[in-house]
Design a protein around this ligand. Structure first.
Ligand code: ZN
Length: 302
């Protein structure tokens, strides 16, 4: 069977069960339905074959993610341009600053004696490699750039007036929301409907619907030395003032409301502000129970 239909069939009865527990049983239609976890719009099974419910990678594929669950086509597509593209550029930019050999080049301009050559730059085992892109350069300027470079070589001058600038453009807050969104989806896949269908989770969904407004501020901290492939979900018990669900996606730790007696959004932000360093790095050790990383939506709490 189509994986999407299987995932629909696993999620729909769980959702019904949770809504019935919330006392909404009388209002539910007979037909099976699954709600997009991002916008909570409910879809019938036919929406799968119509392509309205789509497989979502968590984190996004461009950030090393894998297929995990169903979201609606609209949320899936808009996240790509609204948030994920920013996170991908930010990640490439970070990798470049750390001199990582990724095989991916970034747009760059090289200067010799102030004469520009537009192209791309990437790190290789032997150092930074810069190359021009002919259609981005005025042929005369390009020729002058290489002439200046040759002149240094001919003179045997080992200290040329050389510099380069890498051009990356991304919105930091949108890049952060991309990671927060991935954490929200991973925690949904692990814990289920009863975890996300609580009022305390509303700010997350509101942020996803309003990409231009800054609703979630300090929900994410970084630990730069953690491997990019690291994936963990932890029910944080200590420090007690930070009880929450922490989702670790590589160097990013995202803090989501806890399962029981969740701290309101403002309290969680306050606790985080006390416990982080002056920059966005995590400065404390988190202790608690680990939740197995989901390979598909598991609905452990439902
Ligand atoms: Zn949606």
């Amino acid at each position: 069977m189509d994986k999407r239909l299987r995932w629909f069939d696993e999620g729909a009865p769980k959702l019904r069960q949770v809504l019935e527990r919330l006392g909404l049983g009388a209002e539910l239609p007979d037909e099976e339905f699954y709600a997009c976890p991002c916008c909570l719009v409910a879809y019938p099974r036919a929406a799968v074959t119509a392509g309205l419910l789509t497989i979502e990678d968590v984190p996004p594929k461009s950030l090393g993610g894998r297929p995990l669950l169903l979201t609606c086509k609209r949320c899936n597509n808009t996240a790509g341009s609204d948030f994920d593209s920013h996170a991908a550029i930010r990640a490439s930019s970070d990798a470049f600053m750390r001199r990582q050999v990724t095989g991916r080049a970034l747009p760059a301009t090289a200067y010799v004696d102030g004469i520009p050559l537009r192209g791309a730059a990437q790190w290789t085992e032997s150092g930074v490699q810069l190359f021009g892109v002919p259609e981005k350069n005025d042929p005369k300027v390009q020729a002058a750039h290489f002439e200046a470079l040759d002149a240094y070589a001919e003179r045997g001058d080992r200290d040329p007036d050389f510099s380069f600038t890498v051009h990356t453009r991304f919105d930091e807050s949108r890049a952060r929301v991309s990671w927060i969104r991935a954490a929200y989806l991973a925690s949904f896949a692990a814990l289920g409907w009863s975890y996300i269908l609580r009022e305390v989770m509303d700010p997350f969904r509101n942020q996803l619907q309003q990409p231009g407004v800054s609703i979630l501020k300090t929900y994410l901290l970084r630990t730069p030395d953690v491997a990019a492939e690291e994936r963990r979900i932890m029910l944080v018990e200590r420090p007690a003032e930070l009880r929450c669900v922490a989702v670790i996606l590589g160097e990013h730790t995202i803090f989501l409301p806890s399962l029981f007696e969740p701290l309101p959004y403002e309290k969680l932000v306050e606790a985080l502000a006390m416990l982080r360093k002056s920059d966005d790095q995590l400065s404390i050790r988190l202790d608690g129970k680990a939740v197995p990383w989901p390979t598909r939506a598991m609905y452990f709490m439902d």
